[in-house]
Design a binder for this molecule. Sequence first.
Ligand code: ZN
Ligand code: ZN
Length: 356
Amino acid sequence: MSYWEQRLAKARSYLKGLDAILLCSRFNVTYVTGYTGSDAVALYTDTGSDLFVDSRNTLQAREESHANVYEIRKRWEEIHEHLEGLNIKTLGIESNAIDLDSFLQMKNLFTGIEMNPMGGQLKYLRSVKDPGEAALIGEAARIAGAALGEVLAEGIVGHRETDVAFELECAMRRLGASGPSFETIVASGPRSAMPHGAASERVIGPGEAVVFDFGSMYKGYASDETITVYTGEPSPEFVRVYTHVRKAQALAIDALGPKVRAADVDRTARDYLEGVGLARYFGHGLGHGVGMEIHEMPTLSNLSKDTLEEGMAVTVEPGVYLAGKFGVRTEDTLLITDTACKRLTNLDKDSIKVTS
Ligand code: ZN
Ligand code: ZN
C-alpha cells in the first residue's frame, strides 16, 4: 500500500458504520486527498474519495490529488446534491473545524442526513506519522538548526530581537525551508521569562539569557525546537535553573515510549522540578504533537488523556520562568519508536551555549 492508500485506510477506520465523513480542515483534507491548497472540502466513503474545490484551485487539485475532483460554485448546495446522489444517510463532520455559518447552511440543506460531530476523534487522524512524514519533520528540524547556527555565528548582542528573528527566518528559507513553522520567538533578558515572547524591538544586551523557540516548514511539515543561550558568562543562578530544566527534560524523554500515558510524562518533569523548588515557575504543559501543524495531537500535559503510540512525533519542552529576571526553556521533538524514542531535533543543549 502506498502512503496515500494507508492514509485513506486510516481515515476510513473512523467511519465505524457511518456512510461518509466530510473533512473541512485544511490539513486533514491534505492528508486524505493529497491536495495541498486551501478552500476545499473532502468527502470519503468506504469505497470512494471526493474533493470539492472552486475554479481557482481546480488545476492544482487535479494535479495533486488522487481523489475525484469536482469543481463547484455553490459549495453546500452542490455537496448536498452529491451526498444525495451517493445516498448518504449518516455523515461524520469535523465539528471542531467547521465554521458556524457553514454548519447552519448544512443544517438547512442536509435534510434527511444525520450529521455526527466527529471533531474530537478526527483531530487524532494525523497523530501517528508514517516514516515519510517523520523524515520531513527531521529535515525541517535540520534546516532550522543549521539556520540558528548561522545566526549565532554572526553574533546577536546589540541586535534587536526582531532583526535576529528575521535573519533566522531568512536563513531557514535560504537553506530550503518554505518559511518558519510559527512566529519565531526570540526573547532576551527579562523578556525570556515570557513563555511566548515573540520577538520585540528590544536590543539584546551582554550577560543575558535569550530563548529561541523556532522551527521551519519543509514540504508541508513543521519542526519545533527551543534553546536558551547566554550572552557572556552565565550567572550562577542561570546555571542552576538551566541544569534543572535540562534534567527535567532528560527524565521526561527517558520516560517516552509506546503505551506510556502522556500525563505521566508531564508528571515526570514536573515532579523533578517540584523536588528542586521550581515547579511553580513551570506553568504550561510539557509538550504537544508536531506534524503538518505546529500543534497537533497528542497533548502532553497533566490533563491529557492521551496514550503515546509508535510513530507519534511529540515535543518535550519544560521551562522555568522567573518574572523580572530570566526564563529557561529547552525543547526537542521526538519520534516515538517501538521501544522508546528517537530525537528529530539536533542542537546540542547539554552544556549552556555561550554566544556574543
Ligand atoms: Zn517550540
Ligand atoms: Zn512546542
